[in-house]
Ligand binder design. Sequence first.
Ligand code: MG
Length: 368
Amino acid sequence: MRVEAVEILRIPMRLTTPLRTAAGLVSERDVVLIHVLAQEAEGWAELVAQAEPTYSPEFTDSAITVLLNHLLPRAAAGPMGDALALGPHLDAVRGHPMARAALELAILDAQLRHADRSLSAWLGATATHVPAGAALGLHERVEDLLAEADAAMALGASRLRVKIAPGAAAEPLRALRAHGGPQWLLQADANGSFTLDDPELDEIDEVGLVCLEQPLDPNDLLGHAALARRLVTPICLDESLTSLGALEAAVALGACEVACLKPARVGGWINARAVHDRCVELGVPVWVGGMLETGIGRAANLAVAALAGMAFPADLDPRGRFDPDLADRRTPVNGLIAVPTGPGTDAVPDSSQLPPGVVVGSWTPSDH
Ligand code: MG
């Protein structure tokens, strides 16, 4: 495939429901899209870095800079039109997995559209529908948390993931458990905000969570291993799992009993398939996490969520995050979301949602 241009679009969008996490309140996203234009087809991907480097070191401005100045020139020096052969050329750039993932996916999307093949089929996914999980933010009042939980469940959520922060985590989780009963699948996500000596972690352990996600600093694998020995609740890692190697190390240390898989955080959809496969081999339950994606990013995550080894519902919030969205957000029916079957990710942005001036960078062969 001959790539003729790559455009980077930046679209400011407001969340329908702001999400408060241990790192702060997110009420808007500068959504970044990569648009690959080739002779044979076009490809699209969403770059999921956040505005500030609080989830990971990568953030929107840095991701765009790395794409334009470091990843695109290296891709152009190699097989630009072949996502599978791109890896060795991009390996010289350390870190920045979200920028890399988006470039690789946009090229792969164009290739798959040209081949009239869906991303899910290419990945080897077998599920035609996947259950939807919802993510609930931090609330000052427990009643507000319960109301948000009820709203998500009413729309078909089959699993609730609750953001928590030190000091007021156990009580809302207990209230949610009492409200929903033992059958509700509850997870909590601390986004690395606790310390190992916090006794509240032992209170949280009493709630009967499916897993406790990223309680400690992402670099503290030994701390997570110690906590995994201390608590009955399985420890899930998110931010710590930046690659297949990071997963291997975390599991070997006993720090990772459940894996949250975000394709962009592990550098792309090809790596994501490898992480999924390794989790299955290791017997580590794996599920797909979200990064507040638009319909473009959700479609690509759905393809991974349809892989056979997924243990828990994916972060594909039935409420959607944007209204209007950039593309069909694929609303669940009876709690199940249909996996896209069209070519590539089966998602392109609605041009009416792309105002003038959103192209903030571009590359063409003459730049090389
Ligand atoms: Mg998380």
